[in-house]
Design a protein. Structure first.
Length: 219
């Protein structure tokens, strides 16, 4: 069994983590208010990068392929400033190491890893949707039922103000919890997409550079 290298660093470049203060739940107020939704900006996530790296490692193809080539290019960046030279030097070394290596082979094996990332994305989206339905959609339905009860009791029995106020308070608490859960889930979703884009972009960029810098397959 050939030794596998840690490919996370091939895609992930650690940056100084920004401290995000946890969202504080708003105190109950007398009247229901709609939670304010803000746009969520995705950022590459180290844990997601590790998960995607593991998916690529599990799809590793025996022999010299795109992964080994990408590692060579990455190592050459430390000593060779010109991008074209990095790819051409790596290709020369690769063909010396393995006579079966061609630009077409590197491109075709890169597509295998893109497929592995796509499969990982499909699994993530299934889990994400189930969790979103459970924590957001389900609570929104609960809010609708509670509001119906509030209106019914307000019209029928004014003496039940205490119960109405209790239900109204519960509605606010659930609405605030929805806002928090929605924000957390959407942040994870956008982090995943940003990280996925980083991986796909790296591989796609390498494919274009392979096409640009390396000789085409001989007839």
């Amino acid at each position: 069994m050939r030794k596998r290298f840690n490919i996370t660093n091939l895609f992930w470049q650690a940056e100084e983590e920004s401290k995000v203060e946890p969202t504080q739940e708003a105190a109950p107020v007398a009247a229901p208010v709609e939670p304010v939704r803000t746009a969520v900006v995705g950022t590459p996530d180290e844990a997601i990068a590790k998960s995607l790296s593991e998916a690529i490692e599990q799809a590793d193809i025996p022999g010299f392929d795109y992964l080994e080539f990408a590692k060579m290019v990455e190592a050459l960046k430390q000593t060779i400033p010109a991008e074209a030279t990095q790819y051409q030097t790596a290709y020369t070394s690769a063909t010396a190491f393995d006579k079966t290596v061609t630009a077409d082979k590197l491109i075709s094996t890169a597509s295998v890893y893109l497929d592995a990332l796509k499969a990982k994305e499909e699994v993530f989206l299934t889990v994400y949707k189930n969790k979103y339905d459970e924590t957001v959609v389900g609570k929104e339905k609960e809010i609708s039922l509670i509001q119906a009860k509030v209106e019914e009791k307000a019209k029928a029995i004014e003496l039940l103000n205490d119960e109405i106020n209790l239900l109204s308070t519960k509605k606010i608490e659930i609405a605030n919890k929805i806002s928090q859960d929605r924000g957390d889930l959407e942040q994870v979703h956008t982090n995943f997409k940003a990280t996925l884009d980083m991986f796909v972009g790296k591989i796609s960029s390498d494919v274009e550079k392979i096409k640009k810098y390396l000789p085409p397959k001989e007839a």
